[in-house]
Design a protein around this ligand. Structure first.
Ligand SMILES: [Zn+2]
Length: 287
């Protein structure tokens, strides 16, 4: 009875993933961009926080605001990670994360892809997963302070993820995490997600396998690159973590960290591919 079994498992895969809607993710991106540049501590990021929290609560998620203050090269800045949770039965947890702050620049930088698309994908995932029964706890984590306030260094970057990794190591949450998948800049209409080389190899293999099954192999065909991102603080404390990132944004990466990073450079199809792969991978990580 091999054949019916295969048919059933393929059908389940498509059903689990099919809810995620790329157009909805695009609407969230535009809503976030409309608040303007959203660097940590700015009035605009407070509006983004209120928007994210309201959306998550509407979809029935338990929301925790993880408030902390970071010492930065320009002084102390109040920051906030937003953590949404649904509780399963296994005692284990899966984490999908992404940052929602945008890098501060002297020009108007609205970060449609860099900071916008990651938060938007998590928000649409919150809606797509809202009626699903979970075996593992599922966390959607919106990091503040991913971007360097000045120039990227070990201490001026990844403020939110470093803060949460330390907290989760202390309170035991980290030990329950079977996989953390971080998304960053995956709204690019010309999507080629890199094989990020700090990431956990088994987790990358699983996600690439899911992408191929769902017909998205051509969007997961970027080069091998080692990129420091919000997954790294978790890797350092022994959590199996993966970064999904496209690092070729515009001709010669020329839209990255420029005023060119606007919603017209993104596509619903790219966000839908990533969201559906995440939705299916959450299921694959169940016991
Ligand atoms: Zn950035």
């Amino acid at each position: 009875m091999l054949r019916p079994f295969l048919l059933t498992s393929l059908l389940c895969a498509s059903l689990a993933a099919a809810d995620f809607n790329g157009q909805q993710a695009m609407e969230h991106t535009k809503a976030l961009v409309a608040f303007g540049p959203r660097p940590s501590g700015s009035p605009a990021i407070q509006k983004a926080q209120a928007y994210i929290i309201q959306q998550l609560k509407t979809q029935g998620w338990q929301v925790t605001e993880d408030n902390f203050t970071s010492k930065t090269p320009v002084g102390a800045i109040a920051m906030k990670n937003i953590i949404a949770r649904r509780t399963g039965l296994s005692g284990k947890a899966v984490v999908i994360s992404g940052h929602y702050d945008t890098k501060r620049f002297p020009f108007p930088f609205v970060g449609a892809n860099d900071g916008g698309s990651s938060a938007a994908i998590l928000l649409e995932l919150a809606r797509a997963l809202k009626d699903r029964q979970f075996k593992n706890d599922v966390y959607l984590v919106f990091f503040d302070g991913e971007e360097a306030v000045k120039d990227w260094t070990a201490t001026d970057s990844l403020y939110g993820s470093r803060h949460l990794a330390a907290a989760w190591q202390k309170d035991g949450t980290a030990a329950r995490v079977v996989g953390l998948i971080n998304v960053d800049m995956t709204g690019d209409r010309d999507l080629h997600i890199v094989s990020e080389m700090y990431s956990s190899e088994p987790l990358r293999r699983l996600v690439w396998q899911v992408a191929a099954q769902l017909g998205y192999a051509k969007k997961f065909d970027g080069p091998e690159l080692a990129i420091e991102d919000d997954h790294v603080p978790f890797l350092r404390i022994g959590v199996r973590a993966l970064d999904l990132i496209d690092f070729e944004y515009g001709p010669n990466h020329s839209w990255w960290h420029t005023a060119q990073d606007t919603p017209d450079k993104l596509s619903p199809a790219s966000m839908e591919a990533v969201g559906r792969v995440l939705a299916e991978t959450i299921k694959k990580l169940e016991p």
